[in-house]
Ligand binder design. Structure first.
Ligand SMILES: Cc1ncc(COP(=O)(O)O)c(C=O)c1O
Length: 404
């Protein structure tokens, strides 16, 4: 008799493309900050799906919003309007202090949207000669995985052997205003620059915070050179840093926000470019879109996310508990930890000689889930609903593993 293999981990290894190397934990249930694996073992989720779970797993308000909408209508495509769409756009625009919204699904699609819109704005409004537009990005960036986006990545794994690459991007060191200024002042490149695309804090790079004044400097250089400042807040936005938008830490208002991850409440993918009428107004019917972008279920959930963020409590929790987390992480021994960076409930911890992967594997055996990045760094981004005692327990566990 042949036996059917039903072990999920085996099936993943056998049938899924190996584009990820997950920790050996197979999740079956999750509530709040806790996930439970197929063997009934609990783990505290200190990654929160790269901040897509800012409100925790299955937040009751978000599940209720999803269930209400599931009973009504889930998809119409943008061929027709629906009663969640206009209110979603208006509420998100208001939260961001902007005028218009273009919804998509994944973060990468929001970034692609910004690239297309900036180029079109450059040609239509700025008078840049056809096909000459340039967008400035920063070394160490992570904006997604499409062929155009990886064309300006400095990560070899993300980029190598996926060419030919999309032209039209110039990368300068993150945090280096002089380098940005040189590209903008160069008579060959400067007049062609339509936008500067920046993560206010580089998440994938290891939660790298730029030097104070950097974002304000980018804002002012963009304004003086007539280029759009596009803030990719897909990971940094929506409460993660103790602010609704990470740009707020320097009182900076960009020309556009790119949002994703937490906007879908950890339930469905929802992303958006949020900007002014002048910028998003360049698009005409037929020039951009997505079958699922702005669907009724996505809009209903995102509207609840926006309502929760309007109350401000998640931002406050992130700021307060984040201060506690950074204080504790800052006390880890220097011989083992070479740096702790981040803001709010978001931290990168770099090790002098240990691999991030090995630390994450040890953390998992003790019931804490985190994720390594770039060799010797781990990222911590717990759901913002974490309690003080849960956070303390996670930090005790991290301390025990790091000093073992
Ligand atoms: C800053 C930033 N932009 C864009 C993306 C891409 O988002 P997605 O994976 O939903 O395409 C990510 C994902 O980690 C990100 O951190």
């Amino acid at each position: 008799m042949t036996e059917t293999v039903t072990d999920p981990a085996f099936l993943t290894g056998q049938y899924s493309a190996h584009n990820y190397a997950p920790l050996p934990v197979v999740v079956a249930h999750a509530t709040g900050v806790w996930v439970t694996d197929v063997h009934g073992r609990s783990y505290l989720d200190m990654l929160a799906a790269y901040s897509a779970l800012n409100f925790g797993h299955r937040h009751p308000r978000l599940i209720a919003a999803a269930q209400r909408q599931l009973e009504r209508v889930t998809l119409v495509s943008r061929a027709f309007d629906h009663d969640q769409f206009g209110p979603f756009c208006a509420e998100l625009a208001e939260l961001a202090g902007m005028q218009m919204v273009l919804p998509m699904n994944t973060g990468a699609e929001a970034v692609e949207t910004a690239i297309k819109v900036s180029r079109k704005w450059g040609y239509a409004v700025r008078g840049v000669p056809a096909d000459q537009a340039l967008i400035i990005v920063f070394d160490g960036n992570f904006h997604g995985r499409t062929t155009t986006i990886i064309s300006f990545s400095s990560d070899k794994d993300a980029r190598d052997e996926f060419g030919p690459y999309t032209p039209g991007f110039v990368s300068v060191p993150f945090g280096d205003l002089a380098a940005l200024s040189r590209v903008l002042a160069d008579p060959e490149t400067g007049p062609r620059v339509v936008a500067v695309l920046v993560e206010p804090i580089q998440g994938e790079a290891g939660v790298v915070v730029p030097p104070p004044g950097f974002l304000a400097g980018v804002r002012s250089l963009c304004s003086s050179h007539g280029a759009l400042m596009i803030a990719d807040e897909i990971q940094s936005g929506l409460g993660r840093t103790g602010h609704t938008f990470a740009c707020e830490a320097e009182d900076v208002v960009p020309d556009a926000y790119l949002l994703g991850k937490a906007l879908g409440g950890g339930i469905v993918p929802v992303s958006a470019m949020v900007s002014s009428r002048e910028v998003l107004g360049v698009l005409k019917p037929g020039q951009h879109g997505s079958t699922f972008g702005g669907n009724p279920l996505a809009c209903a959930i995102a509207r609840e996310v926006i309502a929760m963020l309007r109350e401000g409590t998640f931002q406050t929790r992130s700021a307060e508990l984040g201060a506690r987390m950074h204080e504790r992480l800052g006390q880890l021994p220097e011989e083992v930890v070479s740096g702790v960076h981040g803001r709010g409930l978001w931290a990168g911890v770099s090790f002098t000689s240990r691999s991030g992967r090995e630390v994450c594997e040890q953390l998992a055996t003790r019931g804490v889930l985190a994720k390594e990045t770039h060799g010797n760094t781990i990222r911590l981004a717990p759901p913002l609903v974490i309690t003080e005692s849960e956070l303390d327990w996670a930090l005790d566990t991290i301390e025990a593993v790091v000093t073992s």
